[in-house]
Design a protein around this ligand. Structure first.
Ligand SMILES: *Cc1c(COP(=O)(O)O)cnc(C)c1O
Length: 397
């Protein structure tokens, strides 16, 4: 398989519409042919502040003129400041910076295995959740439970047991002597926005403490305000031993982080590293994002906009006989009982609206965290049209 025309030089790894985007501003993306799209995908929950936010653009431009890379062999100012900032905000004490969520999770798996070898009699297995998603390196694919991945790229990395989410009994039974850690998402994003119950997360924290097993929370998608609190685990009032971040952290700039308590941070020189780890350009973007997201009133507004979007989606669901609205903050999903979510997303695209269908029965909404109520209204209008099977009236914004 390949893409048509000049697009064929891009390796075929995903189905993509033959539209080339050239510009983005806030909640809007502009294609080369002039069409404007209202974006409720936002780089896959990446653009926390929307497209080309001045705060991030200015920080990156200023840093680019100052210092782009000093190599991972030396400290640089944005790296040190961001590590301290994340530590203060998360309750974790150490930060390792990476470029992608998968890389941060790969680091978390390595750290847990090293910790198990030093502090838990060589325990190395990791228990993850059914339907979980942790990224696309070999180990992260093995840790994930995505349909279709079972037989891909064999042999898998071994040692990942999967248990159903929200079943503390199954988890307790899975925590054998050779288990070093539990790793899961507070809200399973790629699975279709399936939240772990807050009571389950609290029970899991108590259970892992009692058994002497690490708790790794993958907040690559849920972190940085996406669910209405800076980190989703704060809603359960728990702190993990290892916390991974990605997506929204850089506001569109590739930046991820592996955070851990001091007690767990047992890497020695040579165990972990990467050419772009702690890169000043990307860390400067992360600092700009954190400043915006932690500004007074910002997260309250995420909750308010999330509640408004959920309310509008529930009304739409009633009108069209659709399923439940799930999720929190601005990570929401709408159930599509007929299982034609991909076709609806394709019609929405034709009508100038970018939406994601992570599963046949689910539409996912992950707008910019500063999305306007008027933009939510426009999104609902266009989705309403797509649900009516209407031909798009206009694709202009
Ligand atoms: C997207 C995602 C990842 C992978 O992040 P990449 O940057 O694509 O490697 C890992 N975990 C979760 C929960 C994610 O949503």
């Amino acid at each position: 398989m390949e893409y048509p025309g000049e697009l064929s030089a891009v390796m075929y790894v995903a189905e993509r519409p033959s539209v080339v985007f050239v510009e983005g501003r806030g909640s809007w993306l502009v294609a080369e042919d002039g069409r404007r799209f209202l974006d409720f995908v936002q780089g896959w929950a990446v653009n926390s502040l929307g497209h080309a936010p001045p705060a991030v653009a200015d920080a990156v431009a200023a840093q680019a003129r100052t210092l782009i890379s000093s190599s991972p062999a030396y400290f640089n100012r944005p790296m040190v400041t961001l590590a301290n900032r994340l530590a203060a905000l998360s309750g974790m004490e150490r930060a390792y910076f990476a470029v992608s969520g998968a890389e941060a999770n790969e680091g978390a798996i390595k750290l847990a295995r090293k910790w198990g070898s030093l502090h838990r009699g060589g325990a190395w297995r990791i228990v993850t959740a059914a339907n979980g998603f942790h990224g696309r390196t070999l180990a992260c694919m093995s840790a994930s439970d995505k349909p279709g991945w079972g037989a891909l790229f064999e042999p898998k990395v071994t040692g990942f047991a999967k248990v159903p989410l929200n079943d503390i009994g199954a988890m307790a039974a899975a925590l054998t002597e050779d288990v070093a850690a539990v790793m899961l998402e507070p809200v399973q994003g790629e699975a279709g926005v399936l939240p772990a119950d807050l009571d389950y997360l609290r029970a899991l924290r108590a259970l892992t403490r009692e058994r002497g097993v690490l708790l790794i929370l993958d907040e690559v998608q849920t972190g940085i305000g996406r669910t209405g609190t800076l980190f989703a685990c704060q809603q359960a009032g728990i702190t993990p031993d290892i916390l991974t971040l990605g997506k929204g952290l850089g506001g569109g700039v590739p930046l991820a982080a592996l955070l851990a308590t001091a007690a767990v941070s047992c890497f020695e020189p040579g165990d972990q590293g990467g050419t772009f780890s702690g890169n000043p350009l990307t860390c400067a973007a992360g600092l700009a994002v954190l400043e915006a997201v932690t500004a007074p009133g910002f997260l309250a507004q995420v909750c308010e906009r999330g509640a408004y979007l959920a309310e509008r989606l529930r009304a739409l669901s009633v009108r069209h006989g659709l399923g439940e609205v799930r999720g929190s903050g601005l990570l929401l999903a709408l159930g599509i009982p007929a299982g034609d979510a991909a076709a609806i997303a394709a019609r929405a695209f034709a009508a100038g609206l970018l939406l994601n269908a992570p599963r046949p029965h689910t539409l996912r909404f992950m707008p910019a965290l500063n999305v306007g109520r008027d933009e939510i209204d426009t999104m609902v209008e266009r989705l309403d049209g797509a649900l009516h099977h209407k031909t798009p009236a206009t694709a202009r914004g």
